[in-house]
Design a protein around this ligand. Structure first.
Ligand SMILES: C[S@@+](CC[C@H](N)C(=O)[O-])C[C@H]1O[C@@H](n2cnc3c(N)ncnc32)[C@H](O)[C@@H]1O
Length: 375
């Protein structure tokens, strides 16, 4: 169902899902020490309404940022008129949504009330030459020369980019060797370039999802058609596959998994696929402690068990078999529906044939008693 919501959003090129401040706070707290002295760039973020900009502006001092830059794309609809961060936003800007760039270099208690808040930022834009809010020369597209130049200046990019351009968006960050913490859809792990980063332990799912369900609620503009939405709460839409992706490593990624089952003695519970040399594990918690062959696990393994000390990722199951893991390609001699069979991991028991969902194929690493990998 969640997939349906996302697909609808994708088809309509509807990229207007706005991240809630609480979700940003909840994820960012895990990287607190990694922002020190860094240039943070939010490049799909209208400074007038983005909670990403709001979060980093308000926490500029606390996180000891060096610089905060936010840019936005022309014409993004106003998500939450009542949330407008700057009371002085002009009527002209509200209607045209002209692309802006805001640069914060300094957090000073301008109104001397003992605290640093958004009001100080607003004041600093006129009082303090180091903080500026200016119109962009181009349309604010993250691929524009103007925005790429800003990207080159940045250390960490943090945002929720347009879903419909996710692959290209990540590609640009990777090409420019930038760290990032961004919102995307879990389905993006099937993009080969994204999966390769996960496989090489250069990209992780965010901390918010560790041992929890996937999905997040987003603010939406009034113009979004919510008829097909499966979950709405207080005007916010739930996107079941929405997750954080990040290149910043945290201790959570190294939490060891506890095993509750043994393979030995329970062999009949662990069936080998007919077309992959791996056993089916339908729930991560069923990964056995004493099995070192290949295993097919659900995608949720990435947020509920994976750590590079205990596991190696070999690839994922797919019709096109990008990781060359298939041991069998069905033909019409095998079955009439051979084409369907080639699309999934197949569990066969006698004449009974079951299609498993897409699986990530993993292996346990052998560890010595002191936790090091055995050579
Ligand atoms: C999913 S929304 C998220 C907005 C904001 N980052 C947030 O989380 O609240 C994606 C934003 O990207 C903007 N956008 C769409 N295409 C873009 C592009 N080519 N370059 C930069 N921003 C773009 C949209 O206008 C939209 O505001």
């Amino acid at each position: 169902m969640a997939r349906k919501t996302f697909d609808n959003a994708k088809k309509a090129k509807n990229d207007e899902f706005y991240t809630q401040l609480a979700d940003i706070e909840n994820e960012m707290r895990h990287y607190r020490n990694q922002f020190r002295g860094k240039v943070v760039f939010c490049n799909c973020d209208d400074p007038y309404e983005s909670n990403f900009f709001k979060y980093f502006a308000m926490n500029f001092k606390f996180l000891e940022l060096k610089k905060l830059i936010a840019t936005c794309y022309i014409g993004s609809p106003i998500a939450n008129k009542e949330l407008s961060l700057f009371p002085h936003e002009s009527v002209e800007n509200k209607t045209t949504k002209a692309p802006h760039k805001i640069v914060i270099n300094e957090a000073i208690d301008e109104n001397k009330d003992g605290a640093f808040d958004l009001q100080d930022i607003v004041t600093s834009l006129t009082n303090n030459k180091k903080n500026t809010l200016t119109r962009l020369n181009s349309d604010g597209d993250f691929r524009s020369a103007e925005c790429v130049a800003l990207l080159k200046e940045a250390d960490i990019v943090v945002t929720n980019p347009p879903f419909s351009l996710f692959r290209e968006y990540v590609g640009q960050l990777v090409d420019n060797k930038k760290d990032f913490i961004i919102v995307g859809n879990i389905n993006a792990i099937t993009y080969k370039d994204i999966f390769q980063l996960i496989k090489e332990n250069k990209l992780w799912l965010g901390n918010t999802h560790r041992n929890r369900g996937l999905g997040m609620f987003f603010d939406i503009p009034e113009s979004v058609n919510t008829e097909t939405a499966t979950r709405l709460k207080d005007g916010k839409i739930f996107i079941g596959g929405a997750v954080w992706f990040t290149t910043l490593d945290t201790p959570i990624n190294h939490q060891k998994m506890t095993f509750y089952k043994n393979y030995k003695g329970n062999e009949s519970e662990y069936i080998k696929y007919d077309n992959y040399d791996a056993i089916e594990i339908s729930k991560t918690k069923n990964i056995p402690d004493d099995y070192y062959g290949a295993m097919g696990v659900p995608i949720t393994f990435l947020n509920s068990g994976y750590n590079q000390e205990q596991f190696e990722i070999l690839g994922f199951t797919h019709r096109n078999d990008p990781y060359k893991l298939k041991t069998k390609i069905y033909t019409k001699n095998d079955a009439e529906n051979f084409n369907d069979l080639n699309g999934s991991p197949i569990i066969r028991s006698g004449d009974d044939v079951r299609f498993a969902y897409m699986r990530i194929i993993i292996k346990r690493k052998r560890e010595t008693r002191n936790g090091n990998k055995k050579l």
